[in-house]
Design a protein around this ligand. Sequence first.
Ligand code: GLA
Length: 331
Amino acid sequence: MTSDIRTPSLWQRHRNHFSVGAAVTPATIKTHRELLTQHFNSLTCENHMKPSILQPIEGEYSFEAADAIVDFAKEHSMLIRGHTLVWHNQTPDWFFLDGGLAADKALLLDRLKNHTKTVIDRYGQQIYCWDVVNEAVEDQGDVCLRDSKWLKIVGKDFIKIAFEIAREADPKAKLFYNDYNAVVPKKRDKIFGLLKDLKEKDTPIDGMGIQGHWDIYNFSEDDIRKAIEMYASLGLEIHITELDVSVHDWMEPSSLKKPTAKMIDLQEKKYDEIFTIFREYSEVVKSVTLWGVADDITWLDGFPIRGRKNWPLLFDEDHQPKESFWRVVDF
Ligand code: GLA
């Protein structure tokens, strides 16, 4: 499973366009070390900078796993995207509780301040940007914000306040809002409205993270272009933060042990098209992060159907470049 030095480096190929990142864990920085050091110049912790891991119990931080990833990044001169500070998921219940009852706004914001400051102080400028708020927008219906404990306890200003807290803790980091389905017109328009409002209220926000959990079937180049243009029109930098291209339709069952020729073919075309668009917009698209490294380990093996094998990345289960990889570097 060694990498071939004759294979062009994904990040070096894109060095005049954007940084190329991967989501990692303390395990994959070991098992996928060669691919990571050859092809990526940015890392995101897949889970280990989320509140549930960093501060599982109030005041008891556990930084070992995140430290290992930050040290690895430093050793290899890689950037780090911080992910994430405010989210409805993977945030321990104690954040929202006060002796069995719901915490009030002052207490919750106090905890957010402590958490943000402690985490940001620990890593300082090693983390050049943060996904400050993750997935706050509702997919269904006409309401804009997702029903969450953040919204219930703090009110709709929680997003603006979270950015202000992050800015105070780190005057230099780039601060991002991050979400999925961010190119789907209905949700895109809601996110755009939210970001416009934040900008009009002078919120210290620098960028929009388009997650990019896409698949080979449901895909529109026009939607991607339009979303990039709309968010960029607000003066925001764009990062593609969690890119993978599933070979399955959303809830379609499958017991395949290998992708079909049709899947492989469609995936190559998608990756080719996606990266072509990113390069075209590289004035505003400054970072592209894949959500994983190689097809042997992907969260999509367990989501949304447990046990359904998926092959969503650019390197195969043996860590070899896939045809999709060659299409991406061929420009
Ligand atoms: C979301 C989150 C990520 C991660 C993925 C699934 O997109 O932002 O942190 O949990 O889901 O792996």
